[in-house]
Write a protein that binds this ligand. Structure first.
Ligand code: ATP
Length: 316
């Protein structure tokens, strides 16, 4: 449904997007995740025809955003990061105005506004001035304007930013509901948001896609990199021969690297990497018993999604 190929965008000398590629099939809710300045908004603006790329292409249902923006705009609803709502307008009048812009026939506008405000939970304040609405209510109006022309795709730029915890839950629930019959790309730097709302994660960092998969797939790939951490207390009067200990650990079958680091207090910490899919903890335990080491800690250290995100998006 959406095909992004080698998309690049430069602002002057600065390359904000460095050739990103991904595809989104119909009906998927994709979380576009990245730290501040990663390139999320830039990508969304190109997808929604608000900005042209420097190189590469984006097609929506086969229509190129550059060559055929009119067709693309019909298929896409966009909720920008700061929704341009006119604060002195009544919600109903504003949606009438958007419906007119979207060329919905006059005879259908009233019914369409009634349907979409019901769907977005905005009926209660349809007669209220936009400037008097809470942030959560404004976001509902923003979603209603994005969906008024019945697009198949919704692009939502940080839809819960600035909302209080209750409003966040309400808007996430609404997005999940809407996602049952729409394709959605939503940008965020909030990991729980993605886990609770999305089928798939795309992690972007410094203009590159650095991860792409379901939350379970990303967690599984991190688990394959699992390390074992061993912390051994040093006897008071006879310090441990760290090199010898490291050598013995590295001779355990499947172990391919052992790093030594200071542990808590006087203890020593070994970070042991082994072949994918192996568990070397029993052998480490047996070695520690044979050597008379006082083991303070022996555990597997696998990354959770928070760890994966941090690892992939640390500034270089
Ligand atoms: P945030 O989470 O903070 O909204 P983002 O991932 O949406 O960040 P973008 O807004 O796409 O990031 O910005 C990507 C990079 O491009 C940033 O370094 C930003 O400063 C830069 N940038 C964006 N717009 C412009 C512009 N009009 N002129 C120059 N640089 C820009």
């Amino acid at each position: 449904m959406i095909k992004v190929a080698n998309l690049q965008k430069s602002y002057g000398d600065f390359q904000a997007l460095r050739g990103i590629s991904f595809e989104v099939p119909r009906g998927q809710i994709v979380g576009f995740l990245g730290p501040n300045g990663a390139g999320k908004t830039t990508t969304m603006k190109i997808l929604t025809c608000f900005m042209s790329p420097t190189a590469g292409s984006v097609t929506v249902d086969g229509h190129d955003v550059y060559d055929n923006p009119v067709e693309v705009r019909k298929k896409i609803g966009y909720l920008p990061e700061s929704t341009p709502l006119y604060s002195d307008m009544i919600v109903y009048d504003y949606l009438q105005y958007v419906a007119e812009m979207r060329e919905i026939p006059k005879s259908r506008r009233h019914d369409r506004i009634a349907t979409i405000t019901r769907q977005c939970g905005a009926t209660k304040f349809i007669g209220q001035e936009i400037g008097t609405l809470s942030k959560g209510q404004k976001q509902r109006v923003g979603l209603a304007q994005a969906m008024i022309h019945e697009p198949q795709i919704l692009i939502l730029d940080e839809p819960t930013s600035g909302l209080d915890p209750n409003q966040i839950v309400e808007i996430r629930t609404l997005i999940k509901e809407v996602g049952k019959n729409h394709t959605i790309i939503l940008s965020t730097h909030n990991l729980p948001e993605v886990l609770q709302t999305c089928d798939r994660l795309l992690i972007i960092h410094q203009g590159n896609i650095v991860a792409d998969g379901t939350p379970a797939e990303l967690e599984a790939s991190a688990a394959r990199e699992a390390r074992v951490l061993l912390q051994v207390a040093q006897p008071e009067n006879s310090p441990m021969d760290q090199d010898a200990a490291r050598h013995r650990l590295s001779r355990i079958t499947h172990v391919h690297s052992v790093a030594v680091a200071p542990g808590a207090g006087k203890s020593i910490r070994f970070e042991i990497q082994s072949d994918i899919g192996t568990d070397v903890r029993p052998d480490i335990f047996n070695l520690a018993v044979d050597e008379g080491w006082t083991v303070v800690e022996l555990r597997r250290d696998s990354l959770d999604l928070e760890g994966i995100f941090r690892k992939l998006t640390q500034a270089v």
